[in-house]
Write a protein that binds this ligand. Structure first.
Ligand SMILES: [Zn+2]
Ligand SMILES: [Zn+2]
Length: 340
């Protein structure tokens, strides 16, 4: 089988490997579609602590079950499935407290940019779902990133009639836009790229702000749209410390700043203590997903709650993975589906 291997920043090679054997609790999946994601692009650009090279990579996929371990229940050969890249253990301190995204025994599966993938036992049990007939493989592969964003939306506690500013109109920011609109809130979308802002508009963003003018002007523009207060909820969907700070500064008194984008390791932010204290701002970190959000995500996709065509802008054969990653890195399109 063909597998894309990450050897270091800018170095991805398509290699020929044996199709792996499975253990009794595992499932072998023939991948039909895998999607590019910000995490993969970060890995490709600068490496990733969780992807030590050489390593297979890519983690958003859907496909067909081609082999089932003898101890696996409810999964059958030929089933169209989507599986998450991880699953919580269910028995650690955090799992027991219902904070499964903080599970102490979380492990991540990479290797969606390949023809086959082995789904480990724990994921088979907790985060492998059958894909309804009318949902395509590409659409189903949106389950994992969408689940993360649903987590972010729910953690932000958005009320009808709120004004929500979303900083960043990459795939994650755009998912936020689509979902926050469904929560009955007004969306202000900021980004540096005009093309992405117009996609946000297409998804229902009420106001768009090109942040090219700089931080001061962007904050000023957000305040101008909220009678000088700032947004009820401000969301960071980029993963840069500077934008985390900007996001906090855009939040109104008593509001919430949702810090969603993962920044590079060992980076820090500066927060004005006076404003944090007297303005009673809540700063919220949000990470990853839970089995509940994975199910919610597939349901939303199945019910047609999202215009999936906006998110999957192109299909490419797996053999052109290098070109695909470069294209996404240059911010051309939203997500690209790699078809092995
Ligand atoms: Zn992802
Ligand atoms: Zn756990």
């Amino acid at each position: 089988m063909k597998v894309a291997m990450f050897y270091g920043p800018g170095d991805v090679r398509l290699e020929e490997r044996d199709i792996p054997e499975i253990e009794a609790d595992e499932v072998l999946v023939r991948i039909r579609a895998a999607l590019t994601c910000g995490t993969d692009i970060k890995t490709y650009r600068r490496g990733h602590a969780l992807v030590p090279p050489p390593s297979p990579f890519g983690h958003e996929y859907a496909g067909d079950v081609v082999a089932v371990g003898e101890r696996v229940e409810r999964v059958t050969e030929g089933m169209r499935i989507v599986a998450a890249n991880s699953a919580p253990c269910g028995h650690c301190f955090y799992c027991k407290r219902g904070r499964e995204s903080l599970c102490e025994n979380l492990f991540f599966v990479w290797g969606a940019f390949a023809e086959y993938i082995v789904v480990p036992g724990r994921i088979v049990q907790k985060n492998l779902l059958e894909v309804p007939e009318h949902v395509t493989y590409e659409e189903a592969a949106l389950t994992e990133p969408l689940a993360c964003v649903i987590h972010g939306v729910e953690a932000s506690n958005i009320q009808m009639g709120d004004t929500v500013v979303i900083n960043g109109a990459g795939p994650i920011g755009l998912f936020f836009t689509a979902l926050v609109k469904q929560k009955g809130a007004r969306v202000i979308q900021t980004d540096l790229v005009e093309e992405r802002l117009s996609v946000a508009e297409q998804l229902g963003a009420d106001h768009i702000i090109n942040a090219q003018e700089g931080e001061e002007a962007t904050i000023h523009n957000v305040k101008a749209l909220t009678e000088g207060r700032g947004a009820d909820i401000a969301i960071e969907a980029v993963g840069y410390p500077k934008i985390w700070e900007t996001t906090i500064k855009m939040t109104r008194k008593g509001g919430t700043a949702t810090l969603f984008g993962g920044c590079e390791k060992n980076t820090t932010i500066t927060v004005d203590t006076t404003s944090l204290h007297y303005n009673e701002i809540t700063m919220k970190g949000v990470f990853h997903h839970t089995p509940h959000y994975i199910r919610t995500a597939l349901n939303l996709l199945s019910w047609g709650s999202l215009d999936t065509q906006v998110f999957i802008t192109e299909k490419m054969p797996l053999s052109r993975i290098d070109e695909t990653l470069k294209k996404v890195m240059a911010q051309k399109g939203v997500k690209i589906a790699l078809i092995p």
